[in-house]
Design a binder for this molecule. Structure first.
Ligand code: 1HE
Length: 270
């Protein structure tokens, strides 16, 4: 982390369950319900959604983290009382809308994970583009034990990270992966020392924020869609995306800068 982060002003300052701060082009959104282990209540989901659709125009990347000892304990189980089928369906769709605003929003999202990353907390993490865990992080899907099913997009997103068989194992047996296991199966891309997930996530976001916005947009919007397409359709989508990205003035400037020796090279360990 190199930037100084100061509390957000304007609409992003108004969320009672989120603590939002801004450092340059990076917005840091902290789940702020530590007494309940950041359990995802309806208001918290609604505030997350509102926050992601109101990011300032100059925002280029977001970091999401959790206040307190855990990233997120998942669905607020105290709200799961006597919902009829229709309202349960609408509840799940509300989560989908919020997490879609994260995955398919304007800018890349890096999530910093520590402690419990369970149930809906893992669904939230799976909607981000890059996951950084510290050694205290652990992952579980206790829906099986609670008598419910994932409803926050987990069945669509989590198998794309670690496969259907592993998700089945976590949901059926209650198995919990530690941080290293999560890294090995693809749940996170980085594992760092305890307490270092947030600084690492901010540093990555600050670096991502320097990319051309169109390149970041292409990566977050085109890659998952191409992965869902047939090879023939995927290759065609890729050609369209490549043509759009390289024809932007920013791409032309950046390519010229490299050819003139004014841009950084690709370095080992960079
Ligand atoms: C909660 C929740 C919650 C904590 N809903 N209130 N998620 C789960 O099945 C995970 C349930 N939670 C836990 O297993 C543990 O709380 C933790 C391992 C996350 C943390 O343990 P710990 O010892 O640090 O905290 P705690 O003492 O268990 O919890 C502190 C308080 O948070 C306590 O309330 P208090 O009033 O007694 O202080 C807990 O009741 C409360 N709390 N987790 C409500 N989840 C769209 S579908 C998604 C489906 C799912 O996410 S299913 C998985 C739900």
């Amino acid at each position: 982390m190199t930037l100084a982060y100061t509390p957000a002003t304007g609409p992003l300052a108004a969320f009672e369950l989120l603590q939002v701060s801004v450092g340059g082009a990076v917005v840091h959104v902290r789940l702020n319900r530590p007494a309940k282990r950041n359990a995802l209540s309806d208001p918290l989901i609604q505030q997350l959604h509102a926050c992601f659709v109101q990011l300032p125009d100059d925002c280029r990347a977001v970091v999401v983290s959790g206040e307190g000892q855990h990233f997120c304990a998942g669905l607020d189980l105290s709200e799961l009382v006597a919902r009829d089928i229709h309202s349960a369906m609408l509840h799940s769709r509300m989560w989908h809308a919020a997490f879609d605003a994260i995955q398919f929003g304007r800018v890349p999202v890096v999530v910093a994970l520590h402690g419990a990353v369970v149930g809906g907390g893992l669904e939230l993490a799976a909607s981000a583009h890059i996951r950084v865990a510290d050694r205290s992080a652990y992952y579980g899907l206790p829906e099986g034990q609670r008598g419910i099913f994932v409803g926050g997009g987990g069945s669509a997103r989590i198998p794309r990270l670690m496969g259907v068989a592993r998700m089945t194992d976590l949901m059926m047996t209650g198995r919990v992966y530690d941080a290293e296991e999560g890294l090995a199966v693809g749940l996170s891309q980085y594992v760092v020392e305890e307490g270092q997930a947030l600084p690492k996530a901010l540093a990555l976001a600050e670096r991502i924020a320097q990319n051309a916005p169109m390149s970041n947009f292409a990566v977050m919007h085109a890659l998952p869609r191409i992965a869902d397409q047939s090879q023939s359709e995927g290759l065609f989508t890729e050609s369209l995306m490549a043509a759009v990205a390289e024809s932007t003035p920013e791409a032309q400037d950046r390519l010229r800068a490299f050819l003139d020796g004014r841009a950084g090279k690709v370095v080992k360990g960079g």
